[in-house]
Design a protein around this ligand. Sequence first.
Ligand code: ADP
Ligand code: MG
Length: 720
Amino acid sequence: MESKALSDHPFNPIPAPSFANDLSGDPGARIGVGTLEGVDRRILAALNRLSLQNASDLLWHIPARYEQVLSEQSITETDAAVTGSEIITVRGEIAAVRTNRSGGKGRTEATLTDGTTTVRLIWFNAPWMARKLHPGELGVAHGKCSRYKGYLQITNAQWTPLDPTDENAPRREGRLRAIYPTTEDLSQDRIERLIAPLLLQSSALLVDWLPEWERTRQGLPTLAEAMRMIHAPTSREETLHGRRRLAYDELYLLQLAIALRRAQVRVEGSAVRIDVTPAIHAAILKRLPFSLTEDQQQATSEIARDLNSTIPMNRLLQGDVGSGKTAVAVYALLAAVASGHQGAIIAPTEILAEQHTQSLKAMLVGAPMEFALLTGSTPTGERARILAGLADGSIPLVVGTHALLGEAAVFKKLAVVIIDEQHRFGVAQRAALRSKGLARAVHVLVMTATPIPRTLAMAFFGDLDVSTIRHSPPGRQPVLTRVVGFDKSDDVYRYVRTRIDMKEQCFVVVPAVEESDMGLADVAGTVERLARTHFSGIAIGSVHGQMSAVDRDRAMEQFRSGSTRVLVATVVIEVGVDIPAASLMVVEHAERFGLAQLHQLRGRVGRGEIKSLCVFIADATTDDSIRRMEVIGQTSDGFRIAEADLSIRGSGELFGERQSGLPPFRVADLFEDGPLLELARHDATARVERSPQLSSADERLVRTAVQRQYGATLGLSDMG
Ligand code: ADP
Ligand code: MG
C-alpha cells in the first residue's frame, strides 16, 4: 500500500488531474506550457509527464513540502553552530577535488575552505561533479550538513560557482523554499523559474470566483495572494493561510454542487407517493421471520415517511455488518409492490445478488409474486424474458448487479431502488442512476455496512438523509478476535479442527486466487494443504471471483447446508454473505487486507448462537500493517475502525474520493480539513437556500465554476 510519506516525496510524480485543463475555465488554461520561456522539448516532455499542460496547471502545481533555507554563513560560523544535521549555505574556495570508484558507485569529494576552517563536500553517483569543480574556484555550497568524525560535511550539495571578480557578492538571504512533486529531467529550480513569472500575473490567469464579501468574512486571502503564499511564502504561517484558501475553494465548490443537486432532486420531484397504510405495514411485518429491532423500526418509519411524498427519497441506511439492513430494504420493496409498483435491489457482486434472492424467496413463500435475478451471467434467453417482464410490469421485484444499470433496463412503474453496500455508489454514481431514467424520479435507499466517517459522509454523501442502525439484533455474541504470527498457524488450525469436529463450520480466507510467486496462500493450494494436514477427512469447499456463477452458487449452497464444513475463499465473501452456521474464521496473510476489509470479513461470523472466533494470521512488518492489526484486534466498533482506516490510509485511498466518481481534490484533505469542510458545507447550504439558482450578479463566476467542475458528473441542470 502506498504510504502517505511516499506521496509527499518530491520525486514521486503525483499526476495532476488532467480534467483541470478542461474544467478550470481559467484564462491561464489557454496558455500552453510550450510557449513559456525556457521550455525546450525535453522540459515539455517532463511537464507533460506531470500533466502540466498550461499556465493554470503550473500555478495549481502545489508544493509537496517546504524547506527552510538558512542565510549564508561563513564556514567558521557554521562550524560553531552545527550540532546535528542542518541545511546550510556556505561560501568558500575549493581546495582539493578527489574521485574514487568503489563497487561501481562513484564518489566525488572536495574540500571547501574559508582560509580558517574547512568543510568536506561529498557527492555520490555524480561523476560529472568532478568536471564541474576546480581547485581555487570560489562558490556557494548548499545542502544538508552534518558532522563526521568532528569534521563538517555536506552530502550532495548544490554548488554555485561565483564570479571571482565579484568577491563581495551579497550573502544569500534565508527563505522558505517550495519543494515540488517532480519527475526526471525537471529540476526544482526549473519549476520555480517557470512558476515565478506566472505568480506576478496570477490574478489575470486564474478566475477568483469567491465573492469579495464572502472571502473577507472568512478572513481568506484572494486567490492571487493565496498562490503567492503557497509558492513563495515568507513564513510557515503564510503557507497555511494560502493553503486554507485553496482547500476552502475545493470543498466549497463540491458542497455547493451537492446542495444544488439536492435542491434539484427535490424540485424535479414527482416520484410516486406510496402510502404505507397500517394494513400494508402489518402485512409486511408478518412476512418477516423475526420482529424488527428498535433501530430497524426507526429506519422503516423514516422510510415510510419518505415514501409518502412526491419528493424522491434519497436516504442512506448505515449499520454495521450483521445489523440487519436487509430486512429494512425488504420493507421498502414490499411497500412498493403492495401499492402496485416495482422495486429493485442493486448489489455489488453476484454472490450478494444471489443471497438477496434467497432472503426474498424465504420471505415471499406462498406469496403470489414473481421476482427475478438479473446478473452478468444470466443466460440470454432468461435475460430477455426478465427485461420483458420488467417492461410490462409482470415482474414486480428484481435483484441484480450493475448489469441492471448498464443495460438501462426499462421498468413499467419502478418506484423504489435499493443500492446495497454502497461504497461504490457516491453522489456521482447515484446522479448517473437517476439521469439514466432507471431511477429518474424513484425513491432511492442506499445501504452501507462500512460506516462512513462523518467528514466523508459530508463530503460525498451530503445530499443524503441518513438512518442508522446502531444496535445489532439480540442474541448476537461478540466475535472473539485473535491476531497471531505465521509461526502459530499450526496451533490455530489444530484448535479450529477440534471445534469443527464439534459440528462448527469455518471460513478460511486467503489473499490470492491463484498461486503466485509472492508466496501468498492461494485458494486451490490452501484447500490441498488443509485437506492433507489439519482438515484431513473434512469436506472442504472453495469460492473465488473467477469461478462461474453456477459453480460458486453450488459451493455456497453446500456450505450453507453444512455438506461442506470448511469454505476456503477470497474476499468475494467480504460483503454481506450471511451464513449463521459458520462460527469460525481464519484469515491468512491478514496483513495484505485493508482495515475495512478485515472488519467486513470478520462480520461473516458471529451471526448465529455459537460463540464465534476469528483468527487473523499476519506477518505485519510495515508500520501501517502493524497499526491495522492493532486496531482490528482491539475493537469491533465499525465506526472506530472506519475512522482509524481513514487516518492510516488518507481519505483518497478510502472509498471516498477515488470511488466517489468525482474529480479528486488537489489541496483539500478530508482527514485534516474536517473543520474547514464543515464550514464550507455550512456556507454552501446557506447560499443555496438563499439563492437556489445562484442567480445574483456576484454569483456569476461561482455558478460557472460549479457548472464546469461538477455539472456533467452530477447531472446539474443548466443554470445558464
Ligand atoms: P447486514 O446489515 O449486514 O446486511 P443482514 O441483513 O444480513 O445484515 O442481517 C444479519 C442477520 O441478522 C441475518 O441472519 C438476519 O436474518 C438477522 N436479523 C436481522 N434482523 C433481525 C431481527 N430483528 N431479529 C433477529 N434476527 C435478525
Ligand atoms: Mg447486507
